[in-house]
Design a protein around this ligand. Structure first.
Ligand SMILES: [Zn+2]
Length: 250
């Protein structure tokens, strides 16, 4: 049965609440509707519809309302109702806003989009038989050979500072391979993980091949740590690759 899962809403800085979700089983090109209520007594009002499985809410009324809540629908499937998770205190939210402002205005931030790897997967239509739950071919042009197609949440607009090209050593195979990569940093929208995809200029696709280095700070509003910025390494992906089918931010 189709379900909306991995639904999160988090206040990321002073200007935005980031929502993300995905479908289980994962399916691309579904149409989602996003609904928002400003408080417990309010009706849910549709604020957006489209194929993206992410939404950045920058509405002032929403940001100022302590009871703001969201739900997502896909056809007649409905998510649970979610209030934003507020980890950062006002100082940390301000810091995150400042990093993003710097990237947009003074630090050569390049507008990109991110697709975050979902836990939900889809059976590969080329090499996997969903009934017998077995792979039917030893090589596959569609997936990485696992029989599963990775799901992604997004796209999320982000600004990336491409710092410099470096050489990294890939030691996953028998022979150590030297590969080029790009050292980057960004603010916290979205907080990236290994396996996430970054798109740039409509034609380039990169993968976060290593765990990013987060700058996290203790929040005064709770015991948790809040990510204000992150440094990461990007490796460019070559076609053909499924990730080139992921659509850009409009
Ligand atoms: Zn496959």
């Amino acid at each position: 049965m189709l379900k909306i899962i991995e639904f999160t809403a988090e206040r990321k800085n002073n200007e935005s609440i980031l929502l993300m979700w995905t479908l289980s089983p994962y399916a691309q090109n579904s149409i989602f509707k996003i609904f928002r209520a400003l408080n417990d007594a309010d009706d849910f009002i549709e604020i957006m519809r489209g194929k993206a499985s992410s939404y950045l809410d920058t509405d002032t009324k929403a940001l100022e309302s302590p009871q703001v809540q969201y739900k997502i629908t896909c056809g007649n499937v409905e998510s649970l109702v979610l209030k934003p998770y507020n980890v950062g205190d006002p100082y940390l939210l301000g810091l995150a806003s400042d990093y993003l402002w710097q990237l947009k205005n003074v630090k050569n931030g390049t507008r990109c989009f991110a697709y975050c790897k979902a836990e939900a997967e889809q059976d590969c239509s080329e090499c996997y038989d969903s009934v017998s739950k077995k792979r039917t071919k030893s090589t596959c042009s569609l997936c990485d050979g696992s029989g599963k197609i990775t799901g992604y949440k997004g796209p999320v607009e982000m600004y990336v500072n491409f710092m410099k090209t470096i050489e990294i050593v890939d030691s996953t195979g028998d022979i150590e391979k030297k590969e080029t990569a790009i050292q980057c940093w960004s603010a916290n929208i979205p907080t990236l993980s290994r396996g996430d995809i970054i798109g740039r200029n409509n034609d380039k696709r990169y993968i976060i091949s290593r765990i990013p280095e987060y700058v996290r700070m203790n929040s005064r509003s709770n015991d948790e740590q809040f990510v204000v910025m992150q440094k990461f390494i990007l490796q460019e992906l070559a076609r053909p690759n499924m990730v080139f089918d992921l659509e850009d931010v409009e």
